[in-house]
Ligand binder design. Sequence first.
Ligand code: PMP
Length: 468
Amino acid sequence: MLRINYILMAPFVSAIETGKYCGENNYEIHNYQKKKRKGIDKMPDFTTLSKLELEQLKDDLLAQYQTFKSRGLNLDITRGKPCPEQLDLALDMLDCVNSKNYMTEEGTDSRNYGGLDGIPAAKKLFAEYLEVQPEELIIGGNSSLNLMHDAFMRAIVKGVSPDCPPWGKLAQIKFLCPSPGYDRHFFICEYLDIEMITVAMDENGPDMAAVEKLVSEDESIKGIWCVPKYSNPTGAVYSDDVVERLAAMPTKAADFRIFWDNAYTVHHLADQPLLLKNILEACKQAGHPERVFIFGSTSKVAFAGSGLAMMAGSAKNMDHARKQIAFQTIGPDKLNQLRHTAFFKNMDGIYDHMQKQAAILKPKFDIVQSELEKALGGKNIADWSRPKGGYFVSIDTMEGCAAEVIRMAEEAGVKLTPAGSTYPYMRDPLDRNIRIAPSFPPLADIASAMQLVGICIQLASVDKLINK
Ligand code: PMP
């Protein structure tokens, strides 16, 4: 790794060592050699380089960038889509339900109407999946995002429970948005005119001191978005302390709701799965059993376009939702539920399947890490997440560089998630976050894409430092 950096930097290093580049400026030579003597045989911390050194470095990086550009790449690492090999793992699901097998264990015909919140076998399995009781679960269609959107709509039109006013009747509704976060959550709020308040995230979850203060003071704050496990995009897993505080915190709004999007609950990449405290139990213990709406799906377990989506919460919340959903549908796709239960059978079946998925995904995540380390390690210009699961890697560049990096990468043939996407209103206040989604492209493409991203980050940082 160090060697590659040295080779890439060879023209720069030799120019400086021979004094050619610095001309008469012995101070520059001395300074650089001093850095080298300190054991730096790769590029040093960029922030310690002189303007002259930075300019030479920029020339070298521009040459590398042009070489990439001339390759005519056409790569896309924008969205967390499963790759065909992952989807192939579930192919047998398509044969589980067929012209001879479409009855449930109870003898119900899955081809017909009915079963508003799921067939018993699916409810049993996916209640375990989301760590709730079957009566605390509703299985919907194929998209959890759809269920989240509908939960908002019901809250706006009818209120979150019969004794609460519809949010839509209030002058203003606000939602807390831990960020970097999931762009589609933020789009729902923007679409529904819900004002978003950004809250900082760290490796343990949202900044709870800020959350507690905001919700205790402002009645118009009706809820918070959470992706509590292998969060999109940072990979953070909420700590027990964060889960307990979310469950217990006093809120000015009596109808405050946590939208707990547990999209990546079984999506481990490490040998040792990380654990997440059970939010519904925590809410019950804190005396707020109705506070949380939990969501999940098998979009990234089975087929992204034909998974099972589910919503969970207290029996009271789910009864209320069921009554409303009854106006919307006569029942979900039970054949797909049967397919899932016949294929996975139980939680061990799901865990085994996810291990096979991890075997495909892990090398892709590893290559993102190794390319980032090669390109940026020790240079003090970027930091990035090292997720133990989920679908994303989150990079923080120097302030004011992310949009430029994304623009440059696209110009050279690599599409990244648009700048600002991980923040409400697509506005990253410090213009520094970039989301990488490495699941879909083949390994070699990810390596090329990340090498280019590394060059673009260095270029944007060097420019920033030169113009400081
Ligand atoms: N939630 C999160 C956090 C996600 O990252 C995604 C997919 N990118 C979804 C929900 C979408 O889930 P579904 O396919 O079930 O609508």
